[in-house]
Design a protein around this ligand. Structure first.
Ligand code: NAD
Length: 323
């Protein structure tokens, strides 16, 4: 059986798949559309990150496809109903990169609240901006507001609690009586309460019709003066122009964005040159360790899916022969 891997995967996991399958691994295949479609012509498995668009056009070129493994969590690059309609399993690496994202959020929150780690160029140039940088804030005692309280939100809450932060969270799928609140020590809040109270607002929701534009100009305007906004969830949830304006005007103390409306950012982005803004290229969930965990999980589950399917088919054929 053949598996096509169109984006980067940990080599050890690729080697493990090679022992049992015919594997085509090219981390740049995502950018060679024609070759990708050609390779899928006789493939049973496909492994992608977040750039390969698994849409009906691609599925039409992959008549034997049985499973798509996603080296990550969000499924917005995969047309799940179209896969389901064709009996193709979709397997995300749920939980395997959550710690990497949670640490990214806490590190960004600490850097931006303190505001003191962005002075390297001026200190190296002989300036001594001690007075301007003596008003940084500690994280302990501050309120972290988590929008979306699933796997990553809850892990982030746990790390924040260890720093002495208060945690409030908003998640319409969890009612106020859910045991999750006592288990995590987070307080259940409405979105309006959270936005008004939090010193740090961090987003952990999928991109849906309900979350697109969730942090628009109006909600950003209702954040506490001097608060910090962090988006590791998906681009399109934060209004980038409104955020740029809030940072330029000093209304917010800082922001960290790992995900964007358009990735990579287009030339002339409104985010270029904005102060107190940390920009990273969608690596919140990607560390050396998480890459190994994510790759190992997907290699194992994709193999199980394909070999399990084969075993079932073989036993069905066997039964059919017997009857
Ligand atoms: P999850 O499914 O465990 O949790 C998402 C939570 O959001 C759920 O509890 C759900 O009830 C809640 N939710 C859904 N709609 C909501 C709404 N309108 N308002 C508030 N809450 C809502 O997912 P997760 O693993 O915690 O991932 C969260 C996000 O992080 C996803 O968008 C995922 O794509 C993104 N992510 C990014 C990276 C990265 O590298 N930057 C890595 C992993 C995950």
């Amino acid at each position: 059986m053949k598996i096509v891997i169109s984006e980067f995967m940990d080599e050890q996991s690729v080697d493990e798949l090679r022992q049992r399958f015919d594997v085509v691994y090219d981390p740049k295949l995502v950018d060679k559309r024609e070759e990708l479609l050609r390779q899928l012509g006789d493939a049973q498995g496909l492994v992608v990150r977040n750039r390969t668009q698994v849409r009906p056009e691609l599925l039409a070129c992959a008549p034997q496809l049985r499973v798509v493994g996603r080296l990550g969590v969000g499924l917005d690059n995969i047309d799940v109903p179209a896969c389901e309609a064709r009996g193709i399993g979709v397997i995300p690496a749920t939980g395997a990169n959550a710690l990497a994202v949670a640490e990214y959020v806490i590190a960004s929150a600490m850097v931006l609240l303190r505001g003191s780690y962005l002075s390297s160029a001026s200190v190296a140039a002989g300036d001594w901006p001690r007075a301007q940088l003596s008003e940084g804030r500690e994280s302990a005692g501050k309120t972290l507001g988590l929008v979306g309280f699933g796997g990553i939100g809850r892990l982030t809450a746990q790390l924040a609690k260890a720093l002495g932060m208060q945690v409030v969270a908003y998640d319409p799928m969890l009612d106020a009586g859910s045991p999750v609140w006592t288990a995590t020590g987070a307080r259940c809040a409405s979105l309006d309460q959270l936005v008004a109270e939090a010193d740090v607002v961090s987003l952990h929701v999928p991109l849906t019709d309900a979350t697109r534009g969730l942090m628009n100009a109006e909600r950003i305007g209702r954040m506490k003066p001097g608060a910090v906004l962090i988006n590791t969830a998906r681009g399109g949830i934060v209004d980038e122009a409104a955020l740029a304006q809030a940072l330029q005007g000093g209304r917010l103390a800082g922001a960290a964005l790992d995900v964007f409306e358009d990735e990579p950012l287009p030339a002339g982005s409104v985010l270029a040159g904005v102060p107190n803004l940390i920009l990273t290229p969608h690596i919140g969930g990607v560390t050396k360790e998480s890459n190994e965990r994510v790759s190992a999980m997907i290699a194992e589950r994709v193999a199980e899916h394909l070999l399990g399917a084969t075993t079932t088919e073989q036993s069905c054929q066997h039964l059919a022969l017997q009857t």
